[in-house]
Write a protein that binds this ligand. Structure first.
Ligand SMILES: NCc1[nH]cc(CCC(=O)O)c1CC(=O)O
Length: 313
């Protein structure tokens, strides 16, 4: 191809890091690139928490429109922000090698004491809020919307003692020096897709170009894990506003282990399951099975409770 690959991205610093990462991988494969910045609803509406904006794909919709119109060839997302079901005419072409998956606690205070009774932690994620209620019941959580830089400014202004964030974003933005604790991924199980970058394209993109892009960008082990996690998420009918969690990893013998579940908003009910398959063609079935078990053991009730609590607020 003799014209540059047009890479669509949101304009936040983390999104741009991801887009430049994609561009660098494509240039290694002798392709030329051009980055096209696209503003999404999630970037504009900053005064409401994500579960109140409600719509699926608040960070992805405008990018998907640009794929359809041909204004861009590929769209780059944090894999975590990609809805569990994407439109028929689009496809996820690649999942890039995953960064460390953990959530971390970030603070300007090097002596931050997590046991202080008046602890205020900034987060807008329903999963993190619920997990914090479970593991740090003495802590209060406060909304922390906006991009990483905005959240860090609020932290610096003293709106919270610390923020709970994904290691991947903190590291990519080079704020490692502010990390006070790395939360164990067995307890603070990450959101589906956390730490990976997803690359989306139109199904109609030229097949030979698709194959070339995939060779340059896709990380097979990450892709396999994300298929399991995303099948789980789809079956949970979740979206980012439901406090479900799932993490797939490879075992030493090359099998895929999926650990996932659901937590109630108050952190009181916690359902988790772990399933393993050595047959890598069955990882999506593994995700579906895990979600069905969680739903059957009381997860359906937790989801109904969350829906009725939301309807009241
Ligand atoms: N929902 C926002 C979002 N989407 C991806 C990341 C972090 C990087 C990643 O997981 O890929 C973040 C911020 C956060 O959760 O701290």
């Amino acid at each position: 191809m003799n014209r540059p690959i047009r890479i669509g991205t949101r304009g936040s610093r983390l999104a741009l890091w991801q887009a430049h990462h994609v561009a660098a991988c494509l240039e290694l494969a002798q392709l030329t690139t051009e980055i096209v910045i696209i503003t999404t609803k999630g970037d504009v509406v900053l005064d409401r928490s994500l579960d109140k904006i409600g719509a699926k794909g608040v960070f992805t919709e405008e990018l998907e429109e640009s794929l359809r119109s041909g204004a861009i060839d590929i769209a780059v997302h944090s894999a975590k922000d990609v809805q569990s079901t994407i439109p028929e005419d689009l496809e996820l072409l690649a999942f890039m090698e995953r960064e460390k998956v953990n959530d971390v606690i970030v603070s300007y205070d090097p002596d931050l004491d997590l046991s202080r009774p008046d602890l205020v932690l900034g987060t807008s994620s329903t999963r993190r809020k619920a997990m914090l209620r479970r593991h740090y019941p003495h802590a209060t959580t406060a909304e922390a919307r906006g991009n990483l830089q905005t959240r860090l400014r609020k932290l610096e202004e003293g709106q919270y003692h610390a923020l709970v964030l994904a290691y991947a974003g903190v590291h990519r933005m080079e704020y490692d020096a502010l990390i006070r604790y790395v939360l164990p991924e067995t307890q603070f199980v990450p959101a589906t897709g956390q730490g990976s970058v997803a690359v989306e394209c139109a199904r109609s993109l030229e097949p030979s170009l698709k194959a070339e892009l995939q060779r340059a960008l896709d990380h097979e082990a990450t892709h396999t894990c994300l298929l399991a996690e995303r099948a789980f998420l789809r079956t949970m009918e979740g979206g980012c506003s439901i406090p479900s969690f799932a993490l797939a990893t490879f075992t030493e013998t090359g099998a895929v282990q999926l650990h996932g579940g659901l937590i109630s908003l108050d952190g009181q009910q916690y359902l988790e399951e772990t399933l393993t398959t050595a047959d890598l063609s069955q990882v999506e079935a593994l995700g579906i099975e895990l979600a069905e078990r969680v739903l059957g053991r009381g997860g359906r009730q937790i989801l109904d409770d969350i829906r009725s609590q939301r309807a009241e607020s």
